[in-house]
Design a binder for this molecule. Structure first.
Ligand code: MG
Length: 256
């Protein structure tokens, strides 16, 4: 069921979103070559705990995957699309791109946002993939508003990504968000204009384009969690949580 948020709910969701944005500010500051991904996780968890909040992803369970997600955040490097597991042995290299997905649960509500960061100096190809994906998010945000459908958003994102020679991940989607991390509706990064439910003020949801430099489908690693591109091409991921207002949308996770 799609939930509509009260003014009080929205106040809490802004706070959860602000915590997520604070974690991203810290990530932008500290990410550099030679750092292991567990260090990023520890930083994130400390910031979230200091706000008396909890990391949304830690302990998250999905049917079909034996172990709950062990990290506070997801850290996905290069050909990893989403759900990379933080690890002491995983070191960021100069020229890598790293996608960090952050969720925080505060005052009964979740915030959720992702951003891909450049590690040191990256290639023009990776630079391009990141800018196409970030623009895809912005196109989704600009399209969204009262009266717009889920299909309108997906269509706008997909058209942009394909016209730039990149591929859209179809197996994972944006989602409603609130008291639960994942609520209806699903918000795919593809679609037909006018299809799906119509957005109304008070709905809260995430737009999160996951874009690949290739066009192949994805696969999961043996840990059950981490999703990688099948052809080894790079992937990028940007996400905002949004509130539908009377005139458009409000970004609840202001990390930019
Ligand atoms: Mg999300």
């Amino acid at each position: 069921m799609i939930t509509f948020k009260s003014q009080d709910d929205i106040k809490r969701m802004r706070r959860a979103g602000r915590i997520v944005a604070d974690v991203h500010s810290a990530m932008r500051e500290i990410i550099r070559p030679g750092m292991d991904t567990m260090t990023l996780d520890e930083h994130a968890e400390r910031i979230i705990a200091a706000e008396s909040a909890a990391p949304s992803f830690k302990g998250y369970r999905v049917r079909g995957i034996r172990d709950p997600f062990p990290g506070a955040i997801c850290v996905s490097i290069n050909d990893e699309v989403v759900h990379g597991i933080p690890s002491r042995g995983r070191i960021l290299g100069d020229g890598d791109i790293v996608s960090v997905d952050v969720g925080a649960f505060a005052d009964g509500f979740h915030g959720d946002a992702a951003c891909t960061y450049a590690v040191g100096r990256i290639s023009p190809e990776r630079e391009n993939l990141m800018s196409v994906t970030l623009r895809a998010l912005h196109i989704g945000v600009e399209t969204a508003g009262p009266g717009c459908t889920i299909g309108d958003i997906g269509h706008a994102i997909e058209q942009w990504v394909l016209s730039n020679g990149c591929g859209v991940v179809r197996e994972y989607s944006g989602h409603g968000i609130g008291r639960k991390l994942h609520e209806p509706p699903q918000v795919p990064n593809y679609g037909r204009p006018g299809s799906g439910i119509t957005l109304k003020p008070g709905m809260t949801f995430c737009i999160e384009p996951m874009v690949m430099s290739g066009r192949e489908p994805i696969r999961s690693l043996d840990n059950g969690w981490t999703i990688v591109t099948r052809d080894g091409s790079d992937a990028a991921h940007f996400e905002h949580a949004l509130l539908v207002t009377e005139s458009g949308v409000e970004i609840l996770t202001p990390w930019e």
